[in-house]
Design a protein around this ligand. Structure first.
Ligand code: GLY
Length: 281
């Protein structure tokens, strides 16, 4: 499965932060897990939370591009991973989310090109060196409120993805919102085939993306094209400026980069499990 040299979690995090820093993004610390001044949220559930007011146009920063590794808890509310813990190899309620953000600066094309380049570019150039034959890409198929995001599909193909590896899904998978209200938009996910042989036609196939067979092909990164503010009645109002919010699961990418089939065997979690297990002896 692994085509690049194994990389520890710290190095992956640093590569991500540096990649975007070198492309004009301000490196921002993770916020605390308890959100400041946001009654809609109990725990921070995404890297974009600390920038919510910036997306809405109610706050301004001295930068229009940011990158962070945000500590997140998903144990309730809109994004609740609690029920999956112990059932899958890729869910845990606490995790780190790597994210790059644009506040009315770049939009879809640059976000997609950066993601493609960081994932598939050369390890010697600070990127991850993943083989595109293991990657799948998704885009929003559209609904009564928001048209299909064919632009994202075309941009993935232009970036280098094979057309048959770019798939359309509905709002459940490809329209992202942090809560019932607030900034939201169509999204485009990147999934990774965890098997050994990319030429295996039974396993490395479109039907396994967003499927019940979840751990065989896993979502690793979500690019959200922030375009709307959703109110309590579900009404979508365009944001002052189209923006970008992305989220990549550090522990998932660590499992990929270390050739492990479960996040729990990555270097970010395994030592904790081993330590706790040793206490019983
Ligand atoms: N904010 C993007 C995500 O959580 O997937």
């Amino acid at each position: 499965m692994l085509k690049s040299p194994p990389m520890n979690g710290h190095e992956i995090r640093e590569r991500f932060l540096r990649y975007f820093e070198e492309r004009g993004h301000k490196r921002v610390h993770s916020s605390p897990l308890l959100p400041a001044n946001d009654p809609t949220l109990l725990f921070v559930n995404a890297g974009m939370n600390q920038f919510k007011d910036v997306f809405l146009g109610d706050d301004k920063r001295e930068y229009t591009r940011a990158v962070s590794s945000q500590k997140c808890i998903r144990a309730g509310g809109k994004h609740n991973d609690l029920d999956e813990v112990g059932r899958t190899a890729r869910h845990h309620t606490f995790f780190e989310m790597l994210g790059n953000f644009s506040f009315g600066d770049y939009f879809k094309e640059d976000a997609i090109n950066y993601a493609w380049d960081f994932l598939t570019g050369k390890v010697e150039e600070g990127k991850l060196g993943l083989d595109p034959a293991y990657l799948w890409f998704t885009h929003f198929e559209g609904d009564d409120n928001v048209p299909a995001d064919d632009e994202a599909r075309d941009l993935w193909i232009k970036a280098g993805a094979k057309p048959e590896r770019v798939l359309a899904f509905d709002a459940k998978d490809n329209f992202w919102q942090m809560g019932d209200t607030g900034p939201c938009g169509p999204c485009s996910e990147i999934h990774y085939y965890m098997g050994e042989d990319p030429d295996d036609p039974e396993k490395n196939r479109a039907e396994h993306v967003n499927a019940e067979t979840g751990d065989d092909t896993i979502e690793i990164w979500n690019l959200v094209f922030m375009q709307f503010d959703k109110d309590a009645d579900g009404k979508l109002t365009p944001l002052p400026a189209p923006s970008v919010d992305t989220g990549m699961g550090l522990e998932r990418v660590a499992a990929v980069m270390q050739g492990k089939s479960t996040n729990y065997d990555s270097d970010l979690i395994r030592p904790i499990v081993d330590f706790v297990a040793s206490l019983e002896n």
